[in-house]
Ligand binder design. Sequence first.
Ligand code: ATP
Ligand code: MG
Length: 299
Amino acid sequence: AVESRDRLRIAIQKSGRLADPARALLASCGLSWRESRDRLFCYGETLPVDLLLVRDDDIPGLIADGVCDLGIVGRNVLEEQDAERLRGGATPAFREMRSLGFGGCRLALAVPESWSWQGPAQLAGTRIATSYPALLQAWLEREGIVADVVTLSGSVEIAPRLGQADLVCDLVSSGATLAANQLKPVATLLESEAVLAGPVGEFDGERALLAEMLLRRLDGALRTRHSRLLMFQAERNAIPQLLPLLPDAETPTLLQVDGADRLALQALCHGRLTWQRLEDLKRAGAQGLMVLPVESLLA
Ligand code: ATP
Ligand code: MG
C-alpha cells in the first residue's frame, strides 16, 4: 500500500557518476535541502521535495513500489529492469519522463581486438559477459542469435582475459576501458544518458501539483543549459545575412539605435554559440557582439 504523502520524494544516486550532476540539476530548479546525519535522506527546505540517496540499481524498484515518486537514473538501468520485468511477465511500473543530457554512454558489444567483425551472426554459440542480461537477451532474440549470456555484476571487461567469456556487452563512453582490455566495440544496443524516471500512472493531490511544477522548472533548466542571450548591433541592410546564422534563436528583438539604419539585436539562442559562429556573425556585419548567460527561463 502506498502511503499518502503530500511531499514529493526523488531518488538519486548516493555516490557515483550521476550523483553530483543530478543534485546540481535539481538545485538549478530552485530546490535546497537539509541533509540527515546518515546522509541517506535530504529534507527539502525551499519546497516539499525530498531526496533519497541510494544505489542507482535500486531506483526503478523504489519507483515501482511507490517509495519514491521520481528518480534520476541511467536509461541503461531503467531499460534493463524494465526488460527484466517484461520477461517475468510483470507489467511496466516506471517510465522515462525526460532525458537529462548528462551521463552519456552506450551499451555496446565489444570483441577482442584480434577479431575481424563480420556482423551479429558471428556471435552464435559464443559466451557474452554482461551486467545487462535482459537487454542483451532481448537484442540476441531480435537478431535471431543463440548465445550464452554470462551475467556478472562488475568487472565485465576483464571476463575475456579470465576465460569466463569470449566477448562482452558493457557500457562504453570514451572506449578507454575497453582499449585497456584489448577489446573493441562493434555494435550498439542502447544509447544511454541520465533520465528522469517516474511511475506509469499519474500522481494525485499535492504531489501532482509538485511534480508538475518541478517538470516545468526542469524543462526551463534543460532548455537554458546551452541557452545564451546574444546581443549585437548591425546596419539594417546586414540583417538578411545575419538571421540565417541564428537558426536556433527565438524570434529576435530588433531595436532601433541612432536613426533608422542602425539596429540593436537581441536573441535567445538555444544552440552553442561557438567562437566560430561569433566570427561568422562578425563577418556578416555584426558589431559589439556580446553573449550573456541565462539565469532562469519560465516559458
Ligand atoms: P552504484 O553504487 O550507485 O550502484 P554504479 O557503480 O552502478 O553505482 P556508476 O559507475 O556511478 O554506477 O554509473 C552510473 C551511471 O553512469 C551508469 O548506469 C550509466 O548510466 C552512466 N555512465 C556514463 N558513462 C559511463 C561509463 N563509462 N561506464 C559506466 N557507466 C557510465
Ligand atoms: Mg549500480
